[in-house]
Design a protein around this ligand. Structure first.
Ligand code: ADP
Length: 397
C-alpha cells in the first residue's frame, strides 16, 4: 500500500508521521530529539499503542533518517522502503517564489538553500534532510510544503512595511508570515464546519502555541498575518517579544553595553515574551499555575490575551467583517480561561461564548452560543495531514 511520510525537521530535531494514502490513516509517528547532542532520543509510536524508544548519540540528521528507515521495516510497520512513495517536507521560508507546495527537484532545492537568508536556522537543515531522502529513497517523490506559501496572497498594502520602497525591491524586505499550513488547515476546516463555501467566508485564525500568529483569511486567502519578515513580529509569544518600537533597540543596547545587534535580536527572540515578562517560564501552563501568587505571571497572561484581542479587532477592520474566529495550537486548543477572556472582550463585535462548550480541551467544536453572530471555533491543527495531502495532490498531477 502507498505510504507518505510528513517530515518536520528543525535544527536539532526531526518529527515525522507516516500515512497510508489516500486513506489518510496514520500508521506510525515519531520524533528524534537532541540530534547532534549527547543522549539523543529516538521515539516511534505505532500499532495499537506500541512504542519504541532508544536513547543514544545521534550525530546528524542523516543518521537519524537511517535509523528511522531501518526501524520502520524492523518493527514491521512497512514491508519494504518501496512502499514510501511520497515525502512531504515542512520548509520554513519559501519567500515570494513558492506560492504553493512544490515538487523538490535539484533546481527547487537550490532555491530552498538560497532562501536560507530568511530562515538561517531552518532552511539549511530542511534542505539537508531532503538530500538524505533523495539518496536513501531515490524513487520517492519529495515535496516541499512552505510555512510562507499561504500568505503569498497578501496584498501589497498588507505585506509592505512603511520604509523606503527600494528595500523591498532590492532586498525583499517585506512581511512573509509563518504557520501558513496551520492557518490553511483550520480555515478550510472552519468553512466546512460553518457549512459555507470557503470563498464566501471571512475567518480569523488564531494559532497560539509557543510561537503564535493570527491571520485574516478572506474567501480562503490570507490577506494579512501578524508575523512579519520573520516570526519575531506580532503577538506576545513564549519567548518572542512580538511587536515593539524599533527605537528601543539602540536605546537598550546602549544601556546594556551590547554592541552586536544580533545579540539584541537574540534577546527579543529567546528571552522575551511570556518568559521575559514573567521571569517564571515561557510555558503558559506554568504561568497559569503561578498567577495566583505571582503578579508578573499574571500580567504576562493579561498582555498575551490583550495582544490576541487587539489583532482580532484589527482584522475585523481589515476584512470589514468576520464570520468566525478559530482557536488552535497548544494554548488555543487547551487554555479555556484565555479563550474566555479574549472572547468576552469582543462581545461588541457580536461574539458570544458558550461557557459550557468552551470548557473543553482539544476537542473540535463550536464554542460560541447558537445565537452568536460571529461563530467561535476550537479546531485542533493538523499540519502533518495537510503536508500528506499536498504530496498526494502533486503525486496525482
Ligand atoms: P509549539 O509552537 O512548540 O508547537 P504548542 O502548539 O505545542 O507549541 O503549544 C505549546 C504551548 O501550549 C505552551 O505554552 C503550553 O503551556 C501550552 N499549553 C499546553 N497545554 C495547555 C493547557 N492545558 N493550558 C494552557 N496552556 C497549555
Amino acid at each position: 500500500m502507498s505510504k507518505t511520510i510528513a517530515i518536520n525537521a528543525g535544527s536539532s530535531s526531526l518529527k515525522w508521521q507516516l500515512y497510508t494514502m489516500p486513506e489518510e490513516v496514520v500508521v506510525a509517528k515519531g520524533i528524534v530529539e537532541r540530534i547532534g547532542l549527547n543522549d539523543s532520543i529516538f521515539t516511534i509510536k505505532y500499532g495499537e499503542g506500541d512504542k519504541y524508544e532508544v536513547v543514544k548519540d545521534i550525530v546528524d540528521h542523516e543518521t537519524a533518517i537511517h535509523m528511522l528507515l531501518d526501524q520502520l521495516t524492523e518493527l514491521n510497520i512497512i514491508e519494504s522502503l518501496e512502499e514510501i512513495t511520497g515525502a512531504g517536507h515542512r520548509i520554513v521560508a519559501g519567500g515570494e517564489h513558492f506560492k504553493e507546495s512544490a515538487i523538490i527537484d535539484d533546481a527547487a532545492l537550490k532555491l530552498v538553500d538560497e532562501l536560507a537568508e530568511f530562515a538561517p536556522l531552518h532552511n539549511p537543515a530542511e534542505a539537508k534532510v531532503i538530500r538524505v531522502f533523495q539518496k536513501l529513497l531515490p524513487n520517492t517523490l519529495n515535496v516541499g510544503v512552505f510555512d510562507t506559501s499561504f500568505h503569498t496572497t497578501m496584498p501589497d498594502v498588507n505585506y509592505l512595511y512603511s520604509i523606503p520602497m527600494e528595500y523591498y525591491d532590492e532586498f525583499g524586505a517585506r512581511k512573509y508570515g509563518a504557520h501558513g499550513t496551520s492557518h490553511r488547515y483550520v480555515s478550510e476546516r472552519a468553512a466546512e464546519m460553518l457549512g459555507k463555501p470557503l470563498e464566501e467566508t471571512k475567518i480569523i485564525t488564531c494559532h497560539l502555541g509557543n510561537g503564535a500568529s493570527i491571520t485574516a483569511v478572506d474567501g480562503g486567502k490570507s490577506i494579512d498575518t501578524s508575523m512579519g519578515f520573520t516570526p519575531l513580529a506580532g503577538l506576545t509569544m513564549g519567548t518572542r517579544s512580538g511587536d515593539i518600537d524599533a527605537s528601543l533597540l539602540p536605546y537598550l543596547m546602549d544601556k546594556l553595553n551590547i554592541t552586536d545587534i544580533k545579540e539584541m535580536v537574540d534577546i527579543l527572540n529567546k528571552k522575551s515574551g511570556l518568559l521575559g515578562l514573567s521571569g517564571v517560564s515561557s510555558d503558559m501552563r506554568d504561568l497559569l499555575e503561578a498567577q495566583e501568587t505571582d503578579s508578573r505571571a499574571k500580567v504576562a497572561i493579561e498582555i498575551f490575551e490583550d495582544r490576541v484581542r487587539k489583532y482580532i479587532g484589527s482584522y475585523v477592520a481589515t476584512m470589514n467583517g468576520v464570520d468566525a474566529i478559530v482557536f488552535t495550537a497548544g494554548i488555543g486548543e487547551n487554555d479555556v480561561e484565555m479563550r474566555r477572556n479574549v472572547i468576552n472582550g469582543l462581545t461588541w463585535f457580536g461574539c458570544e461564548l458558550d461557557e459550557e462548550k468552551n470548557n473543553v480541551r482539544g476537542d473540535e467544536r463550536f464554542i460560541s452560543t447558537d445565537d452568536s453572530k460571529v461563530k467561535v471555533l476550537l479546531i485542533p491543527t493538523d499540519e502533518e495531514l495537510m503536508i500528506a495531502r499536498d504530496v498526494e495532490t502533486l503525486k496525482n498531477n
